[in-house]
Design a protein around this ligand. Structure first.
Ligand code: HEC
Ligand code: HEC
Length: 339
């Protein structure tokens, strides 16, 4: 009886100990991360039901591209969590893009869009994709507007989404509608439950991974609600990244826009939400294995060699960032008829 009591007391103190360290971990995590918001709002583009409905339809619309076969969804299919599973995206007529397509899920929550942040927000991104030679390849905005006007079904949809506009079918409203839809693509996961105080939402291994993600220093760059998308950093602080990736070309990053020496190999720190679903990794899609990506990050960004156990734990944590896709995100809309 006495033995049993001692054993009980012992396991109880172990439990309180692990509970206390979990609470500590939660406290620490809350300093760096926050749960995903329900939507990513914008001052200049308020989210309305009608805009979101139209935006989702436009996301699937190929008839406004130069080859009639390229839509946003071609390079950001929801079936692959909004990325395309290619090293580098393929646009109209098979044109290869210079970089890997990041996911559109949660993307609106970043400080800017694209690997080099050269698109201000999701609206700016959507509009300019139309003229991108490697994406839609449209000759002009007017050409896109004429195409949209020729598809009769759009008249009603644009009118409803932009009731104040006399001539609502234009690329600015195209961008606003798609942007509004993208601003609803928030995919909370078990990690958000944890941040909201449900300590059991993560397994022991995932919690160990989270603890290491913080203590090893990943969190100095991958932070906020998206675990990224809040800053720019050089890729390869301790060593050139291409020593470890299988990069075919060396991308100069932000330097190619600013021509400032300190911007060489600088990229936006990518969000890590749903990261296990969106291989291949890095701006050139040069690495397929997430565990390799974790190892390379520690090596070139932090000058650290991780053990297999460290990598496994961080991998487990990153997997917990996969959100469930709502039915609304998953369903494909029927596009408006031509006649
Ligand atoms: C040809 C394939 C292709 C098409 C078509 C395409 N994209 Fe992309 N998208 C990409 C690539 C590649 C990038 C990264 C570009 C870069 O950083 O240089 C990207 C980046 C983005 C980003 C930024 C993500 C981030 O984390 O920075 C968003 C948002 C996005 N696309 C949405 C869209 C929308 C909306 C459309 C339709 C209007 C669209 N894309 C059409 C390939 C494509
Ligand atoms: C000094 C800043 C910094 C630190 C520290 C850092 N990262 Fe990164 N991380 C980046 C940048 C910048 C990129 C984009 C690299 C590129 O251009 O492809 C990136 C990319 C990634 C990617 C690829 C994401 C994708 O969608 O392609 C993963 C995974 C990742 N980091 C995980 C980690 C982990 C795990 C750690 C800690 C071991 C870590 N990072 C530490 C800045 C950092």
């Amino acid at each position: 009886m006495k033995k049993l009591l001692i054993a009980l007391l012992f396991s109880f103190s172990l439990l309180t100990f692990s509970y206390a360290s979990d609470v500590q971990l939660l406290k620490k995590a809350r300093q760096y991360f926050s749960p995903l918001p329900e939507v990513f709002p914008s001052d200049t583009n308020p989210i309305t039901k009608e805009k979101v409905k139209l935006g989702k339809i436009l996301f699937y619309e190929p008839r406004i591209s130069i080859d009639g076969a390229t839509s946003c969804s071609k390079c950001h299919p929801i079936a692959l969590y909004g990325a395309d599973g290619l090293k580098k995206a393929q646009g109209n007529n098979g044109r290869i893009n210079p970089r890997n397509a990041p996911t559109i899920l949660n993307s609106a929550g970043q400080i800017a869009q694209h690997w080099r942040g050269d698109r201000k927000d999701v609206e700016d991104q959507a509009k300019r994709a139309l003229l991108g030679k490697g994406s839609f390849g449209a000759p002009s905005y007017k050409w896109v507007e004429d195409k949209l006007k020729s598809i009769k079904g759009y008249e009603e949809l644009f009118k409803k989404a932009f009731p104040e506009d006399k001539d609502p079918i234009n690329v600015y409203n195209f961008a606003k509608a798609i942007g509004a839809w993208e601003r609803t693509l928030s995919t909370p996961s078990r990690f958000d439950k944890f941040l909201n105080g449900h300590i059991d939402a993560l397994s022991e291994k995932e919690k160990k991974g989270l603890e290491k993600f913080i203590s090893i220093g990943c969190v100095s760059c991958h932070q906020g609600a998206l675990l990224g998308g809040t800053m720019y950093q050089k890729f390869g602080i301790f060593e050139p990244y291409w020593k470890y990736t299988k990069s075919e070309k060396i991308d100069l990053g932000l330097y190619s826009i600013t021509k400032k020496e300190e911007d060489k190999y600088v990229f936006k720190v990518p969000p890590l939400r749903n990261v296990v679903m969106t291989a291949p990794y890095f701006h050139d899609g040069s690495v397929w294995s997430l565990k390799d990506a974790i190892r390379i990050m520690a090596k070139v960004q932090l000058g650290k060699n991780l053990s297999k156990e460290d990598i496994d734990d961080i991998y487990a944590f990153l997997k917990s960032l996969t959100g469930n896709l709502t039915e609304d995100i998953k369903t494909v809309p029927v596009l408006p008829s031509y006649n």
